[in-house]
Design a protein around this ligand. Structure first.
Ligand SMILES: [Zn+2]
Length: 267
């Protein structure tokens, strides 16, 4: 059982976003990725981004990107940087998103199993609020992203379906009122658990997630022309097939731990 080969950590995302926006990172966040920050600096001619849009499709493994690259076409064509990252253990949704948005390891942020308590430690959302930024989370009812970041003075838009979330995110981009938007989609994860990761049903969602990222990217390009926007396609962990035509994740194996993030810089 391989442990995964990726050298960058999902815990570097929070610090990287903060550095790209020119704000103080969450207090317990790991250091930013110098490569990612350099890419943003060069794209924005030395200036900070003033907007961030992070799209969080659930359970998109690096091996899916390698094996089904064509299904990522729309997202790939709109990202100028692709970074392989290693997730955290156990590789389940609340644990991994907690690390992505606190920058801390599970032993530090405290979510070490599939449970969804409100995080008490400092998050990227707290850091954004302290810097006078206006963040928003758009996510589905009962899911981790909808629950573990609650109780902040920010906007939460929670819907029953990913389609409603995506529509809302497009509307928020048009309204041009938020400095940072997080959009969560669980449709690939739900489908791969039910039908296995390489089922036609799951692969259709894989392509769809890429197209959703492209739609967000295009709307930002049109509606946020006065801004410099950091945009990311940022899954939480991977997945693997198990007996019975099902999919799973949560283990310390490369299929579950190795992911890839796609980034671009608009403006
Ligand atoms: Zn997940």
């Amino acid at each position: 059982m391989a442990l995964g080969y990726n050298s960058l950590s999902i815990a570097q995302v929070a610090g990287s976003v903060a550095a790209i926006l020119g704000i103080e990172p969450p207090t317990l966040a790991a250091g930013a990725s110098p490569l990612l920050v350099r890419a943003a600096r060069e794209a924005f001619h030395g200036l900070n981004a003033d907007r961030a849009f992070l799209y969080n499709p659930d359970a998109i493994a690096l091996w899916l990107f390698q094996k089904y690259t064509a299904l990522f076409e729309e997202a790939l064509l709109r990202s100028r940087l692709q970074l392989p990252l290693r997730s955290v253990m156990p590789s389940v949704t609340p644990v991994c998103f907690a690390s992505m948005y606190t920058g801390a390891q599970p032993a530090v942020h405290g979510i070490q199993a599939y449970e969804k308590p409100v995080l008490k430690i400092d998050t990227l959302f707290d850091a954004l609020l302290r810097a006078g930024k206006k963040p928003a989370i758009v996510s589905t009812t009962g899911d981790s992203v909808s629950m573990i970041f609650l109780e902040r003075e920010m906007d939460y838009f929670i819907f029953d379906t990913p389609e409603e979330c995506n529509e809302k995110a497009l509307t928020l981009i048009e309204r041009d009122e938020h400095d940072a938007i997080i959009l969560y989609n669980a449709d690939f994860d739900a489908t791969m658990h039910r039908y296995s990761p390489e089922s036609p049903e799951a692969l259709q969602k894989l392509r769809l997630n890429s197209e959703v990222f492209a739609a967000m990217h295009e709307r930002i390009g049109r509606c946020w022309q006065k801004h410099r926007t950091f945009i990311g396609y940022c899954p939480d962990h991977g997945c693997h097939a198990i007996d019975g035509g099902l999919g799973s994740h949560g283990l310390e194996v490369d299929t579950d731990m190795d992911i890839i993030h796609l980034y671009d810089f608009i403006g």
